[in-house]
Design a protein around this ligand. Sequence first.
Ligand SMILES: [Zn+2]
Length: 466
Amino acid sequence: MSARIVYKGGLLLDRSGVRRGDLAVDGGSIVAAGGEVAPRPGDIVVNASGGLVIPALVDAHTHLRVPGGEEAETLETGTMAAAMGGYAAVLAMPNTSPPLDNPARVAQMLAGAARLPVRVLSSGTITKERAGAELSPLAALAKAGVRLVTDDGSGVQDANLMRRALQYGAELGLVVAEHCEVESLFGAGVMNEGALSAGLGLRGIPAVAEEVMVARDIELARAIRGRLHLLHLSTGRSAELVARAKADGVPVTAEVTPHHLFLTEELLSGYDSVYKVNPPLRSGDDRRRLWEQLSQGVFDVIGTDHAPHPRWRKEATLDDAAFGMLGLQHALAAVYTGALGAIEEGLVPQGLPDAVSASIAAAVGSQAEAERLGWLWRIVAMMSWQPAQLLGLDENFVGRLEAGARANVVFFDTSAEWTPTSNSILSKAGNSPYLGVGLKGRVVDVVVEGRRLVGSGELIYEGNWE
Ligand SMILES: [Zn+2]
């Protein structure tokens, strides 16, 4: 029998709000949440007084690179990085080699991940071979348990194909997720187009390459009532288009990434290809506008777009290097650090449920502390139960810390200040933009479906990662 785990002296933050109290996990389930839990001999006691106990995270945008990209990442290394980041479940993106465009390929990938302690879900492609010409067998994918389809890595260029995908998606209960990029506008760009790219002599990717497809797809979803999800939106205008569409009642959800919330194009000034990512890091003005829309509740999901690459694909000139950066391990800390910046700029989260605001007011004294917790609530919602809902995950992922629930629990130490180093990276790849960067807040303890995977900030699970 495994030891009981007791989180002492922290704040519990879940879907219902924030409250002071201890939390105990025993035999795979939460056995107490709130109030005081007296430790017993043999218990593992985690001092949670520096931060928050939260429901484990769910990533709706992970490139696990299996099959075909095992030089960059494997199911084992990808899920280890996920566990270290506080993730209990990840959605594998289908732009693999070959792509996950039919049930047999999906089943094969999932079989490889079945015994891992982190839950792996599969997406499927919108089009066969992700070639943008013919729809994948969407009904068969849906029957095989796929809930979200995407050609991520490319946008669906043909508007009529996207229209039909939304039509079938609506019938089949599929979320159709778009990587918004008009290829003819994107060209051969390597970074955000603007004064900085011109000054650096680098080819730019204009914001409209994204925004035109955002606008097109919103209009398609409005006409068809299909279930549209927009991936990794990076510009202020994209976010504002979503806000307008939602106000109109268009069935659209939207994702933003930790790196677009935390990093900006200035990082490209040193010509370091670790910062080459698609969509590109944008201007400080775009970043501010993303936070503005986030404060209004416009985004539904923060997805990592974790994109591992082997060394040789990144250690190249900006023109030749691959797009993409690691995300899973440092996502929550990066977003929290970014949120502290947004607070300094005077942004306040709007439109929290009344019960949540009331619980925060009851749990803490000062207005400033209440605003910080309001931000944390919205962030955790976007990284835990909201992506779980998008992906149709079961009742173990509904974001409630209460006795009887399956234990998917993270201790996030908001008092920690730290700087990630390359030897702490668990991904097989090393292309993290957060190495050497000061971060605030750290995932230090992680329980996934009752198993303690991370303790004191280290991967401690000794069971099977294969
Ligand atoms: Zn993408």
